[in-house]
Design a protein around this ligand. Structure first.
Ligand code: SAH
Length: 241
């Protein structure tokens, strides 16, 4: 089977045509992820086909709700990116974006640096730190038109960790699996408090994902009050409720 075929056909269902150079970059990314994972715990998924679907294609479902438009260069941050998911897949697909990969664990960030060198990425910054702290740095606060995060925390916690990074008029897009009604209800105060407004929950309807997957899209409508996010650990330990 030609390499990255599963990804390529899935992406085309999302309206994304990946060229041979992009597919080669995904191929390299996939091999490096699997190789590094023997030493650094980056992912539980280590089978070539599954990486294509559960990491790469899943990342690209963001295109259902967001795509670059016009001449403005989008600034995107991926909060708790781990091995680069979903940020790196979007960078390969939309090379013009400027991307910050935020990750608390230095060992995981060393993989990201390796990948950055190998794939000659321009416009990627890797930041090692916790969202609770980095979001108070003026360089990053309210500096991104799109904020992404996958598999990092529950929605009430995520609202506090992601909304402070988003510019007013921008959006936060969160990958979520399973039934999230209860999580959404519990997150409404945190979203509101941090300057967000729920825009939509977009179901991901692709044959590759028979389980229930969705993207939670939150618009940033007003500035996040200066006290948020609270100090490290608090958004998780005591979510705004
Ligand atoms: N987004 C990736 C990784 C998910 S695992 C994926 O979907 O595969 C969660 C990652 O978030 C871990 O690598 C962890 O180190 C990081 N993380 C958790 N809390 C964080 C925080 N407060 N700030 C920055 N990174 C965080």
């Amino acid at each position: 089977m030609p390499s990255m075929e599963i990804l390529s056909s899935g992406a085309s269902r999302l309206g994304l045509q990946l060229n041979p150079e992009q597919l080669q970059q995904f191929e390299t990314y996939c091999h490096e992820l699997i190789d590094w994972n023997r030493r650094v715990n980056l992912t539980a998924i280590t089978v070539y086909e599954e990486v294509q679907v559960n990491h790469f294609l899943d990342s690209l479902t963001v295109a259902l709700v967001w795509q670059p438009t016009g001449s403005a260069i989008p600034r995107i941050i991926d909060v708790g990116t781990g091995g680069g998911v979903p940020g790196v897949a979007l960078k390969i697909t939309f090379p013009q974006i400027r991307l910050v990969l935020l990750e608390a664990t230095a060992k995981k960030a060393s993989f990201l640096h390796h990948l950055q060198d190998l794939l000659n990425f321009e416009g990627i910054e890797i930041v090692v730190g916790r969202a609770e702290e980095i979001a108070h740095n003026a360089r990053y606060r309210e500096g991104f038109s799109l904020v992404l995060s996958r598999a990092v925390a529950s929605l009430p916690t995520l609202a506090e960790l992601t909304l402070p990074f988003c510019t007013i008029g921008g959006s936060v897009v969160l990958h979520k699996k399973g039934d999230i009604e209860d999580e959404l209800r519990k997150a409404s105060l945190a979203i509101d408090t941090c300057g967000g407004k729920l825009h939509e929950v977009r179901a991901v309807d692709l044959p590759e994902f028979p389980d229930q997957r969705q993207l939670v899209v939150i618009d940033k409508v007003s500035a996040t009050p200066g006290q948020y996010p609270r100090r490290p650990g608090m958004p998780k330990k005591r979510p705004i409720r």
